[in-house]
Design a protein around this ligand. Structure first.
Ligand code: SF4
Ligand code: SF4
Length: 346
């Protein structure tokens, strides 16, 4: 991997060069929190943000998309709005890139790769940036505080410069397009990078023990905790909608009596909604909220491990921030382990 450095005062110029690779999107401060948006000018970008309300997943699995339009007798026309648009996402945190790498396992590398997801993944460049943890982050516990792939470039703040990891040939093209702006790192830069990296590790306030977690979940399948959570949970879906690794969806053909054309629409869905496991005939395989929130946790912390070798959680803290009734993933896991008041102690 090539590692270079860029003077901070040249970032504006670099951002202007990036426009030849696609429309540049970055985190912007809004009334509801930070949000990845198309930039009208570079000064709108907030690179020192904590977390965006919705993760960058929205660019690859839009909350709603028309997958195809059918018309009798012609058949159907495949395609989704914006599918072939070239974008550059600037300022994606390591945990969110890690989450995209997990989504790749499901949508790009599985037995049935999703052509919509894969096309967007090809068309959207990802530039990562390092971050400062707050009281809701636990990405090191989930081994998602550092990524080695899944980005084109990754920026680390080392004072007057950014240390920049080049992850792909496209990232290299971005560097080359700026002429001599990027230069080799010096010994002092390496020392500063390591100092900041070590300091960052001391700032995390939450911790989860991943060892034997699937086994703990297996043993605690009948725990009273699930009924308690079922009584508390509002089924609002905030935790899932904002989660960078949740990916359930619903697909519907929108037909009306007598219509000869219409769209097939995919919309984001979540196992926390009461109708998610409902099937024809009126049966609902998860009829209580307790069974639904239990499923949500089991899929992330146990099922994903069995299938992909690691949890489907990157410790971004969004579900903690957005739960209106204070359900806290670290607290739930630690209580299942028998570690009392794990969160209250922070
Ligand atoms: S479960 Fe919560 S902490 Fe884990 S990735 Fe999803 S939103 Fe982030
Ligand atoms: S955000 Fe909280 S209340 Fe809403 S569905 Fe998730 S756990 Fe339940």
């Amino acid at each position: 991997m090539k590692i270079l450095k860029l003077p901070k005062e040249q970032l504006d110029f670099f951002a202007s060069v990036l426009q030849q690779f696609g429309e540049v999107h970055a985190p912007v401060r809004t009334r509801a929190g930070y949000s990845f948006r198309a930039l009208e000018r570079w000064s709108e970008a907030c690179l020192d943000y904590d977390r965006t309300v919705l993760p960058p997943k929205k660019y690859f699995l839009p909350p709603r998309e028309t997958m195809l339009t059918y018309r009798r007798p012609d058949g159907y026309v495949a395609g989704s709005e914006g599918l072939n648009q070239k974008l550059v996402l600037f300022g994606v945190h390591a945990c969110d890139i890690f989450a995209l790498n997990l989504l790749d396992k499901v949508f790009a590398e599985g037995v049935f790769p999703d052509p919509y997801y894969r096309t967007r993944r090809r068309n959207v460049a990802v530039i990562g940036i390092d971050c400062e943890p707050d009281e809701h982050c636990f990405c090191p516990s989930m081994r998602a505080d550092f990524v080695e792939r899944g980005f084109d470039l990754f920026f680390y703040d080392i004072g007057d410069h950014y240390l920049v990891m080049v992850g792909t040939a496209l990232g290299d093209d971005m560097v080359l397009a700026t002429g001599p702006l990027f230069t080799p790192v010096a010994d002092a830069d390496i020392v500063e990078y390591k100092r900041r990296s070590a300091l960052k590790k001391t700032k995390y306030q939450l911790e989860v023990d991943l060892r034997d977690l699937p086994e703990i979940f297996e043993l605690e399948y009948g725990s009273e905790i699930w009924e308690e959570l079922g009584r508390t949970c509002l089924a609002c879906g905030n935790c899932s909608t904002s989660c960078p690794t949740c990916y359930c969806y619903d697909v519907q053909d929108q037909v009306e009596l007598g219509s000869t054309e219409g769209p097939r629409v995919r919309t984001a869905d979540t196992c926390l909604y009461s109708q998610h496991a409902a099937v024809a005939g009126g049966e609902n395989f998860r009829h209580s909220q307790a069974s639904r929130i239990k499923f949500y946790y089991y899929h992330k912390q146990r099922g994903f491990v069995m299938e992909h070798g690691r949890p489907g959680c990157v410790g971004c803290g969004r579900c903690i921030v957005h739960c209106p009734v204070g359900i806290h993933v670290v607290d739930v896991i630690n209580r299942l382990r028998g570690v009392r008041d794990a969160v209250a102690s922070h």
